[in-house]
Design a protein around this ligand. Sequence first.
Ligand SMILES: Nc1nc2c(ncn2[C@@H]2O[C@H](COP(=O)(O)OP(=O)(O)OP(=O)(O)O)[C@@H](O)[C@H]2O)c(=O)[nH]1
Length: 776
Amino acid sequence: MSVRALQTLKGIIWGRCFLRAGSQSCRCHLRRHYVALPDDIKSLRAVLNPDISKIRNIGIMAHIDAGKTTTTERMLYYSGYTRALGDVDDGDTVTDFMAQERERGITIQSAAVTFDWKSHRINLIDTPGHVDFTLEVERALRVLDGAVAVFDSSAGVEAQTLTVWRQAEKHQIPCICFLNKMDKPTADLNFSMESIRLKLRASPVLLQMPIGSGKNFTGVVDLLTNQKLIWNLTSTRDDGRTFEAKPLGQSEDPELLEAAGEARTALVEQVADLDDEFAELLLTDFSDNFEAVPAKKASLPFQNRTLCSDLQEAVRRVTLARKGVPVLCGSSLKNKGVQPLLDAITAYLPAPNERHHDLVRWYKDDLCALAFKVLHDKQRGPLVFLRIYSGTLKAQTAVHNINRNSTERMSRLLVPFADQHVEIPSMSAGNIALTVGLKQTVTGDTIVSSKASAAAAARRAQSDGGTGTKRGDRSDIGIVLSGVEVPDPVFFCTIEPPTTAKQADLENALNCLQREDPSLKVRVDPDSGQTILCGMGELHIDIVHDRIRREYGIETHLGPLQVAYRETILQEASTADTLDRTIGDRRHLAAVNLSVRPVDFTSCEVAFTEELRVQIQPEIKEAVENGVHSSYLQGPLLGYPVRGVSSLIHSVSVEPGTSATMVSACVSRCMLKALRLAGAQVLEPVMSLEVTVGEEHLSSVLGDLAQRRGTVREIQSRHDNKVLLATVPLAEMMGYSTVLRTVTSGNATFSMELDAYEAMNPHDQSALLKRISGLM
Ligand SMILES: Nc1nc2c(ncn2[C@@H]2O[C@H](COP(=O)(O)OP(=O)(O)OP(=O)(O)O)[C@@H](O)[C@H]2O)c(=O)[nH]1
């Protein structure tokens, strides 16, 4: 695997489990003017069910290399979760513990880590940064209440952050931005703010100003409190646990004083623009002196004010309403600025009860939880991470899984703290729980206390207009939390066990892995009988392969990686077919007349003419639909799934005694004829690619892309680098990371995501057809 892939893998497997022995000690010295960790941080772990208002379920999202791992490591360290500061460059982060633990076969990965910060419970939920794991991000976002976006302040918004940001917007998750790497000579606050504004179309609310730049970056001015937060680190080994907080006084550097004054006025004006309540306060109480606006309510001139009217609360309202995003600065690597980031998480991001979760209201105080990650532990079996939305989850009780329509018993309930998994008897709404014993639950399932509770919720939903999610044709309305949409895999390859005796073990491993990862698809080729792995990218398949070896002890052989093409049609066509077959003494006779026409590439439909719809018997209708759908599974050209076709059934006649299977077979055969007549066409996955490269290597990258059928959309300048935006067919991108590293001597990074399925041009299509049919 490439260095980049390995680095990315490190990001993906971040935060995985943590069965580390030994307690931790965090001795802190609280001196005058100095801020350090309060001693009570550890003891708060005794509070296993904190008040819901004190819980923060958050994720950290970032482009690769922005500093997510480093920032996370610092958070875990300052909160007392870890004893030593890990360094990604030295390979001793929490991540690397994971690798060792996996080597020892103890499992495990964790989807969430729990720690306390100043009387708040923070559940940090892993959001991997690589596009192959977009589904994991989506799954994590589903259970997050807030997120921190980490940026490299010299690069601003980069491709992967943009993708994850869009996903966060879809789930309406309030965010905070952390401009990391302020110690770099090229760090640029204004550029980063502008790129948040332009690329993310967000309204950045600057809460801190950096003090000094490059290696002279020493801390920040907190614009709310008008305080300087300074890290006077005495050596490179200084962990930055202690920092100095003092009011910005007149004796300061006049330039800093002026800049901070202007930035605070801009902040106050911006918040007033975004929050009416604050604007009213400003106009009535502080119209002639914005500088006197207090940071916190405690410092308001009159205490009986019932409105939450201080600046910090106004910023909070703005953040929760997603009208603006607070921006903080720091350098995680240099141990500066992470504690205020933790403060900001507790101050601005929402508690679970401040988020609106549809459907949950139907459960009132009954249990309703979402399984958002399943892991397999060798000793304890499947571990299921649940986000509890309402009610209480109790150990040693049976719970009902609505999606599987099954009831199963949960044996133990755990909280994933650093040094141990703490077992607890029950857990209330807002929390993240790790459960043992749920053997049938799959990622995305909704868990409730009983079947009766689900039925009661369904009745409430029905009487309130029935906004529950209807599942298939079931007559009951299942009140399920929406899971995640699983995108189509773009790559596939065969997988073989070392010996046929290991086939059953391989099947078991693949079943377990699929339960954990819904974006992994496994099927058996009907012609060859081979097992086929389908995944989201080279890295995804690589990791699955590696996990089968490490965690299940099976050395498998992977066939060459192939692109998952699709097929469609170019024009409309109509045809008819008759199937007349006698099997034994039974005659099967069916005839069908249908037409197909192209629609957009995302869907495939089947419909019946108005007249036929009222006449057709339900079992014949089902058989016809099955026939059409099975023809969509294998296109006429290369046998890839069909997309973008709408079929209309004009007539069907079936002689009595004809089996449903024969009706389906007749329809499938007719569909195949129709698809051929309609001019079948191969669709290929086209990726959008972003390459950041030093100017001197730009021409080599462009030359290489031209050979890959790439289309350059734009070349932007970013400091000394060029950012190249292009689209390239996925088929041309195998092993790109290695080639890119070679042509740029390691001076480039790239990220890639599926842009669209596009029709291949006739020349490329005929080359592909020849290659696949073995003629080339
Ligand atoms: N100068 C500087 N470098 C930093 C800072 N934070 C992280 N880095 C470096 O940036 C590189 C990437 O850091 P990571 O923390 O691994 O970033 P990440 O976002 O987790 O990256 P992936 O795991 O690849 O997704 C490492 O070499 C870090 O040492 C910072 O504040 N300043």
